[in-house]
Every structure is written in structure tokens, then in C-alpha cells.
Design a protein around this ligand. Structure first.
Ligand code: ATP
Ligand code: MG
Ligand code: MG
Length: 347
């Protein structure tokens, strides 16, 4: 069989690896650190993204390369891309690595984002706060996840402290969106350009981390259609191959795009219990050049992340009816660490 290379060995890489195995592919994980995925992958390289020799050997051992981790350095990507196809492409990765280029790209497609300003220095923050008002959210352009690297600014008196929290990193300021709810749409585009969208899920965050995703989301038919159409627009513009996650704010004035993730997405885990073909299989199908599968939702599902001490509830959850448990095989429980998730079928 052919071999799929996966950059990143976290739980997303692990679940991609399982899906690939089920379709008869071998997987090779490239991960510098802890790698829950290594327990299920067929090969593993533990090396940094600066190790060009290791990257080259990895690329030559696989037929196609994908990623579960967005922050792969450009030099590593250039080397890999010269040797094997990377799907989704490096353009999707480059755009979504930086909130400024991401939002500029999305607005260029005619989509609506929260108003934003580039914040290269303290003076620009003062001007941007005057412009956008408060509350506003200051976010690092790069590397943020789970709400890390962002701080809310509730008034001009907080500007100095907020700027200090960026610790010199390039940042953007976003106007605060008074959303009714948060949803995400997980969509896939195949090698021949076909698009399949999963039903949008409704997301609830706590302490900046996704807690639950519920399907169906509370949406009008028009909002559902808008979500699918805007995801399709993004996929086509990027000539994308694979699964993409799009986080959206629902407002009375329409859908606002918060951010995109060029990979399988935590808020798409419900598809494991709600669809014949889940997001992980869909992604593997896409990058392997297989036809996309049936992503119709056939059940109502609540996905809940088990974070840190939530693992104390595991015995109860294992005994609960209509509940699918996914453990990531991480040895150490730490506060804020995603350890597992459960999919509860509610209808
Ligand atoms: P992820 O783990 O999803 O990658 P992240 O660190 O990239 O998260 P964002 O998705 O930008 O962070 O923001 C985290 C959460 O903060 C959002 O899901 C939303 O609840 C809130 N938030 C972010 N930006 C805004 C905004 N402009 N207005 C209102 N709320 C916001
Ligand atoms: Mg993010
Ligand atoms: Mg987010």
C-alpha cells in the first residue's frame, strides 16, 4: 500500500492515522515532541523541523504529506514540497499561520471578519483602540491556540498592560463581536475539486478552550446554506485538497468568520458518531485522491472534550449509554490538556 506522511503527532494525527489504516494505507508521523499518534502509526520520526536530513528521509519514505499542526516552518515546507505533494497545499498553511494574512485573504474573498488592525507597535494600538473602540481583543498574529496569546482590552487604561502581554510579538487588534452563538463548519475538497460540507456544529468554549460541540446547531436554513457556501468559497480559492475547519460567529447581521484551520478540527469530532464518513476518513480520502464519502449527518450528537481533571469522570462516561469514548493515550494528565473526548448520541 502507499504511505501517508503526517506532520504532527498529537491526537489529530493519531485519529488521521487510524482512519488511514482502515483504508489500507500506512502512516509515518513526523513529530519533534510527545506523540500520541506514534502508538497507532506505522513509522515515526522524532526530529525537529530544523533537521533537514530527517525531513528529507521522511519525505522520501512517503507518497503524500499532510499535517495536523499548522506551525511548520516555511523552510521545512519548501524542502518537503520539492520531494512530495503536500495536501492541503502550503499556501493554505502560510495564510492561516498568520492572523493578519488570514483575515486579509478572507476579506478579499468578500467574506466578513471582525474589524481588525495591524499592531506593529504600541502607538498603533492606541490609534486602533480609538478607531475600533472597546471591548476589543489583542491577539498575537502567529502561534496562538486555545485562546493563548490573546487579551481583551476593556478600556484605554488597559492598553499598556495588554501590549506588554504580547511580549514583543506582532499582533492584531480585533473589534469585539457580540455574537449570538459560535459555530463551525467542517468542509472537504477532493483532488478533483468536489466539495462536501458537514452540518455546522455549535461550539461552547470555557477558558478559551473548546468544551462542547453540538449538532444540530441552532441556525436558520439560510444560515446553514451561508456556512456551506462560504466554506466552499474558501476551499476553491485555495485550490484546497483535504478537510478545512471554519470557525464562525453568528450575528443578526450574518455570519462572521473568526478563523480557519487547514486541517481536521476539534469541533468536527462529532462526525465520528454522526456520519458514515467522519472528518478523518474524509481527509484521508481527499489527500489520497479517493472520491469523498457520505458526510450526511444521521444522528444528533454532543461532543465533549475531556480536559485535565475531567478525566476523573471517565468511569461514568465509559458506562454511559449512547456514548463513544476516544482516549488519546497521553500518559500525563495536565491542567488544560486535551486528554480525550466523548461523543454522546442524543437522537
Ligand atoms: P483555537 O484554539 O480555536 O485555534 P485561538 O487561540 O486561535 O483558538 P480564537 O478562535 O481567535 O483563538 O478565539 C478564541 C475564542 O475567543 C473564540 O472562539 C471566541 O469565543 C472568542 N473571540 C475571539 N475573537 C473574538 C472577537 N473578535 N469577538 C468576540 N469574541 C471573540
Ligand atoms: Mg486558532
Ligand atoms: Mg478558534
Amino acid at each position: 500500500g502507499s504511505t501517508i506522511g503526517i506532520l504532527g503527532g498529537g491526537q489529530l494525527g493519531r485519529m488521521l492515522s487510524v482512519a488511514a489504516s482502515r483504508l489500507g494505507y500506512l502512516t509515518h508521523i513526523y513529530e519533534p515532541g510527545d506523540a500520541p499518534a506514534e502508538q497507532v502509526a506505522h513509522a515515526r520520526t522524532k526530529a525537529s523541523y530544523e533537521d533537514l536530513g530527517a525531513l528529507e528521509a521522511f519525505a522520501k519514505s512517503v507518497d503524500v504529506i499532510t499535517y495536523e499542526f499548522e506551525n511548520v516552518p516555511a523552510t521545512a515546507l519548501d524542502l518537503l514540497e520539492a520531494l512530495r505533494p503536500i495536501r492541503p497545499g502550503t499556501r493554505a498553511l502560510a495564510i492561516s499561520q498568520d492572523r493578519l494574512t488570514e483575515k486579509t485573504f478572507l476579506e478579499g474573498l468578500g467574506l466578513t471578519c471582525a474589524p481588525f488592525r495591524d499592531i506593529p507597535d504600541a502607538a498603533s494600538l492606541i490609534a486602533a483602540i480609538e478607531d475600533l473602540g472597546t471591548p476589543a481583543i489583542l491577539k498575537t498574529r502567529r502561534m496562538g491556540y486555545d485562546g493563548k496569546g490573546q487579551v481583551r482590552v476593556d478600556g484605554p487604561e488597559q492598553i499598556e498592560a495588554a501590549f506588554a502581554e504580547m511580549r514583543g510579538a506582532d499582533a492584531i487588534l480585533e473589534g469585539f463581536v457580540g455574537f449570538q452563538r459560535e459555530i463551525s463548519v467542517i468542509a472537504a475538497r477532493g483532488l478533483s475539486g468536489e466539495v462536501v460540507c458537514f452540518d455546522p456544529g455549535e461550539n461552547v468554549h470555557r477558558d478559551g478552550i473548546l468544551r462542547t460541540t453540538t449538532v444540530p446547531a441552532t441556525l436558520t436554513g439560510a444560515q446553514r446554506t451561508d456556512a456551506a457556501l462560504l466554506a466552499g468559497r474558501i476551499l476553491n480559492a485555495l485550490d484546497y485538497v483535504g478537510v478545512l475547519g471554519v470557525e464562525l460567529f453568528v450575528t443578526p447581521a450574518g455570519l462572521i468568520v473568526n478563523e480557519i484551520a487547514p486541517r481536521v478540527h476539534n469541533s468536527g469530532h462529532w462526525t465520528q458518531a454522526g456520519c458514515a464518513v467522519d472528518q478523518f476518513e474524509q481527509h484521508i480520502r481527499a489527500i489520497a485522491g479517493l472520491p469523498l464519502g457520505d458526510g450526511q449527518r444521521y444522528a444528533d450528537v454532543v461532543m465533549e472534550n475531556l480536559i485535565g481533571d475531567d478525566m476523573d469522570r471517565l468511569p461514568d462516561l465509559l458506562a454511559a449509554p449512547d456514548t463513544q469514548v476516544h482516549l488519546y493515550g497521553k500518559a500525563e494528565v495536565r491542567p488544560g490538556r486535551k486528554m480525550a473526548h466523548v461523543n454522546r448520541i442524543t437522537r
